[in-house]
Design a protein around this ligand. Structure first.
Ligand SMILES: Cc1ncc(COP(=O)(O)O)c(C=O)c1O
Length: 425
């Protein structure tokens, strides 16, 4: 008898492989699928490693202390630099005290921080309200830890506060328990690329307070803004007890895999405990590289990087306007993605996954189908009926990534996609 026959835990049978991981293995000339950063400061990381090598050479005795396990919550030097950055750039005022850098929690990518936050906050069946569609690394993790996703509608400006409030009210009535958490990506959401106005951020914060819901504010794309940055809803959380503010270096410094989170005090120790079970600490050498990059270099490099993404977005957006059939789409002011979906019922009946395989792939184009951005199970709020219904998936939607295709191919790639889509719809 095969000793492996019963080895897999139940969750492995109900949660499928990530659609994006699957698509990352495919190669096409016009690769509009992955959210990989295509513009990176490639020269600066070897330079930092060189600086570190010289520093270690001079101070051999101390090297053993640096080439070591580090604190589970992260390297103090990096936490100080990042606390300063989010204080100065984002105006977040719960870290203006001298020791407040200790509230910054370093993780191995912000995906780890999201998972830890869910792991320590959710009991089986706890309800989490998310945008429809939402970052799949979030919604799938909710299901993995036993939570219950209820999606709230979005428009081309992101989550709609009025509907979020009604989702909370109706979900509490339908399932007979309080909603625990709300997930928000305020700057350049993944997959829609929408940025919430400050008014919506404020409204969502007030709704969370009124209904006593914790917010996970995922700021993964906050450094990748083409226009003036909008203050985070975390600035409203003066007591640091409502909003988990999770960010990452991954979009501007991808090889480091360093995430950073401003944790409400009550969660901090538990987060440390949970991270201890995952990796004991984030690699100390990459934290040192991140510390130097954020202390000395990022502001020299970032403006030209952001400008390149902006130009890519402009090419993609123009090609979309010229070639796509009638639909609903976003015009992002930052981040890596444009979202497109057909109007009306086709948003729910057109199957982009099938279109990807049968039409786009043979034509060297690939996008991420809308259905990738939903949990394997859950519910949705229906804005027309104003009721909770079984999970409703915008399968006709697609995420068009403009971050990885080179500038000379983006226009042609999106035009090709538009032409093929027009033939289909
Ligand atoms: C919205 C969002 N949050 C979090 C993450 C995870 O970031 P990291 O690569 O730092 O784990 C991503 C990555 O694509 C993302 O798009």
């Amino acid at each position: 008898m095969d000793p492996m026959r019963n080895v897999l835990a139940d969750w492995t049978k109900t949660i499928p492989e990530s659609e994006i991981r699957r698509l990352l293995k495919r190669k096409t000339k016009y690769y509009l699928a992955g959210g990989l950063p295509g513009v990176l400061p490639t020269k600066v990381f070897p330079k930092i490693l060189q600086e570190l090598a010289e520093y270690y050479d001079k101070d051999e005795k101390n090297v053993i202390n640096e080439f070591q396990y580090g604190q589970t919550a992260g390297h103090p030097g990096l936490r100080k630099v990042l606390a300063e950055r989010i204080h100065n750039n984002d105006g977040i005022n719960c870290i203006d005290g001298e020791d407040d850098w200790e509230k910054i929690f370093i993780t191995t990518g912000s995906q780890q921080s999201i998972y830890i936050a869910l792991d320590i906050a959710l009991n089986p069946g706890d309800i989490v309200v998310t945008p429809s569609p939402a970052y799949l690394g979030f919604v799938t993790s909710v299901v993995k830890v036993g939570g219950h996703v209820v999606t709230a509608p979005t428009d081309t400006e992101g989550l709609i506060p009025e509907y979020v409030e009604d989702t909370i009210i109706k979900a509490e009535r339908e399932f007979g328990k309080k909603v625990k958490m709300l997930y928000v990506v305020e700057d350049s959401d993944n997959p829609k690329g929408t940025t919430l106005s400050f008014k919506r951020r404020e409204q969502l914060y007030n709704i969370a307070e009124q209904h006593d819901v914790i917010v996970i504010c995922d700021s993964a794309y906050k450094e990748m803004q083409f226009e003036e940055k909008i203050k985070s809803m975390k600035t409203l959380d003066k007591e640091n007890n409502r909003v988990i503010y999770a960010s990452t270096t991954s979009k501007e410094a991808a090889p480091l895999r360093v995430g950073y989170t401003l944790m409400p005090d009550i969660l901090f120790t538990e987060a440390e405990k949970a991270k201890g079970y995952l990796d004991l600490c984030t690699p100390t050498l990459t934290q040192r590289v991140a510390e130097i990059y954020y202390r000395k270099y990022i502001d020299q490099y970032l403006p030209s990087i952001v400008q390149e993404y902006k130009e890519n977005k402009e090419s993609a957006y123009k090609a979309l306007l010229d070639t796509f059939p009638e639909g609903i789409f976003t015009n992002p002011t930052g981040g890596f993605f444009i979202w497109w979906q057909p109007k009306g019922e086709k948003a729910f009946s057109f199957d982009v996954a099938k279109f990807n395989e049968e039409v786009l792939l043979p034509n060297e184009v690939l996008v991420v189908p809308g259905k990738a951005f939903y949990p394997p199970k859950g519910h949705s709020y229906d804005p027309e009926a104003r009721e909770i219904e079984p999970l409703k998936v915008i399968s006709g939607g697609m995420r068009i990534g403009y971050s990885f295709v080179s500038k000379d191919l983006i226009d042609e790639g999106v035009r090709r996609l538009g032409k093929l889509l027009s033939e289909q719809i």
